[in-house]
Design a protein around this ligand. Structure first.
Ligand code: BEZ
Ligand code: FE
Length: 300
């Protein structure tokens, strides 16, 4: 994209550049070299932005007001700054910078605000739903390293919304549902019952929602199931799987989290189709999917 450039005289350009140079120089004595680099680069890019769009004072005031509202709505349950970062693609860009592709390791995507630390443990083949509503989905796969060796004892955290598009933490009754953790067996295998994911909107009743509305963007995320996988000496993987055929994939994901390699087939099974573990779903359609996870070595 090119922004329209207003003609600026040489003298004015010099005034603006002098200010950039003085602000950059103000960080010259920073002891921490990384802090110095970050602050000087931030200065250059921020001033470039202001000069590029020829930011008006009214727009600057609006921006301050917007960020103030983002701060005011943020508390220990609602992190509007993370939502802002997510909807600007800054979260996914940070993930891209820090999770360079390594051989066939599974790709990472955005963490989101709905993880909780103390989700219950389930055995292999257990059920994460704990009463959350939705179509049952059998999820199975393996965890291996990039040489194809099974990773035994990998900790897999999984979490998702219910069929109404809400995570347990968005209800006011302290429920814990549609989330759990489990460990891979000696063959690196895992399996569990979850829910077929559905698209849902990110919280959009605050300033970030207003921003999305003002620019004609939808708050809806493509349907997904979150995973976080940790294992010794391997890179922690934060990712999701998406649902092949979800119309939201074509419309777009509001936080830019979709990667083609993470789109999986949730094979629909008619009610009465025998289930992998003998569970009786005579009256209910269900789905099954497979997600084989490959972890990169740590520090790569
Ligand atoms: C989520 O997938 O849970 C999520 C990610 C980014 C912003 C809001 C929600
Ligand atoms: Fe989510």
């Amino acid at each position: 994209m090119t922004t329209e450039t207003n003609a600026v005289s040489d003298a004015q350009t010099q005034v603006e550049q002098d200010l950039v140079d003085r602000v950059v120089a103000s960080f010259d004595n920073t002891d921490n070299p990384r802090l110095k680099q970050v602050m000087q680069s931030l200065t250059v890019h921020l001033h470039d932005f202001i000069r590029d769009v020829r930011l008006t004072e009214e727009e600057w005031n609006q921006a301050i007001d917007f960020l103030t509202r983002v701060g005011h709505i943020t508390d220990d349950k609602r992190q509007e700054f993370v939502l802002l970062s997510d909807t600007l693609g800054a979260s996914m860009q940070t993930i891209a910078v820090n999770n360079e592709a390594y051989e066939d390791a599974t790709e990472a995507t955005v963490f989101g605000p709905f993880f909780v630390d103390d989700a219950p443990e389930i055995p292999i083949g257990g059920d994460i739903t704990h009463g959350a509503s939705g179509q049952p989905a059998w999820v199975e796969g393996t965890v291996t390293d990039t040489d194809g060796n099974p990773v035994a004892g990998a900790r897999i955290e999984v979490w998702e919304c219910d069929e109404d598009g809400l995570y347990d933490v968005q209800y006011t009754d302290d429920r814990m549902a549609a989330r759990a953790h489990l460990y891979t067996n000696e063959q690196g295998e895992y399996r569990f019952w979850g829910l077929t994911p559905v698209p849902y909107p990110i919280p959009h009743d605050g300033p970030v929602g207003q921003m999305l509305e003002a620019v004609g963007r939808s708050p809806v995320r493509a349907a997904h199931l979150h995973f976080m996988v940790t294992a010794e000496d391997l890179r922690t993987l934060v990712t999701h799987i998406f649902v092949e055929g979800d119309p939201q994939l074509a419309i777009g994901d509001s936080v830019f989290g979709v990667k083609d390699s993470l789109i999986k087939t949730f094979e629909q099974q008619a009610a009465g189709t025998p289930t992998p573990d003998g569970r009786d779903l005579a009256d209910q359609a269900w789905a099954k999917t497979r997600f084989d996870i490959v972890l990169a070595p740590a520090e790569k």
